[in-house]
Design a protein around this ligand. Structure first.
Ligand code: DX5
Ligand code: ZN
Length: 229
């Protein structure tokens, strides 16, 4: 089975103290640091780019799990590779027939390729990328619409159909690909993790639930326990 990776989303950290926030998360048991890159075009928000990754890399050896919510991911492969990104996850919604070259270029720059889908995107869309000769090594299933941290994962008014759709996707991927890294992102914390973990997610992104907690280390270990259960 795929090992648990708990990835605090640095989007919820104090950006003015990014190096010490990163160090604190690693000390509290984080496996990966999730870096949300937004271009103000694919999503209506602007966050960080390769220069910030490059600066942070000088302060940490941690795995930097970069989630590129950008319209033209291929334009950024070289810069992220140089900056020291560890994983480079692009969105399926913006890739056409260029995904083979994109995956290959990510690997050529020494990063681990991943593909992400928004909640409304059919999970089948990523199968060819997982089964390719040079495949993606991670699939990131968004459990909220990308763009902002701190969104609710299962709003009370949302009927059961929506969450079960995400987890049907995760479950489908897990059945087909027993050792694939399957990551979930958006609204996850101790109160929402169980359904995601039991569907088969092993990489867990958590922003506000970790950084907003009185004891972030306890949240990280609770997430890990749920994945390993
Ligand atoms: C949302 C980002 C997430 C976000 C998660 O577009 O991809 O990584 O930081 O934050 P929480 O855990 O607060 O929903
Ligand atoms: Zn993310």
């Amino acid at each position: 089975a795929a090992a648990a990776k708990i990835a605090p989303s640095m989007l919820s950290s104090d950006f003015a103290n990014l190096a010490s926030e990163a160090e604190r998360m690693v000390r509290l048991g984080a496996d990966w640091l999730h870096m949300d890159v937004m271009d103000g075009h694919f999503v209506p928000n602007l966050t960080i780019g390769a220069p910030v990754i490059e600066s942070l890399r000088k302060h940490t050896k941690a795995y930097l799990d970069c989630h590129l919510m950008v319209t033209n991911p291929s334009d950024y492969v070289e810069a992220f590779g140089k900056a020291g990104a560890s994983g480079f996850t692009f969105h399926i919604e913006v890739t056409r027939d260029n995904w083979k070259e994109l995956i290959q270029s990510i690997k050529a720059k020494g990063m681990r390729p991943g593909v992400s889908l928004k909640p409304g995107t059919p999970v089948e869309d990523v199968f060819p990328l997982v089964e390719a000769e040079t495949p993606v090594e991670l699939v990131l299933v968004m459990t909220v619409e990308p763009g902002f941290g701190g969104q609710k994962f299962m709003p009370e008014m949302m009927d059961k159909v929506i969450p079960s759709k995400f987890f049907w996707g995760v479950r489908t991927l897990r059945k087909k690909y027993p050792s694939l890294d399957i990551e979930v992102d958006g609204g996850l914390g101790p109160s929402t993790i169980d359904v995601a973990a039991s569907a088969g997610a092993n990489c867990i992104v958590a922003g506000s639930s970790v950084f907003g907690a009185a004891d972030p280390g306890q949240v990280i270990s609770a997430l890990r326990k749920s994945v390993e259960a």
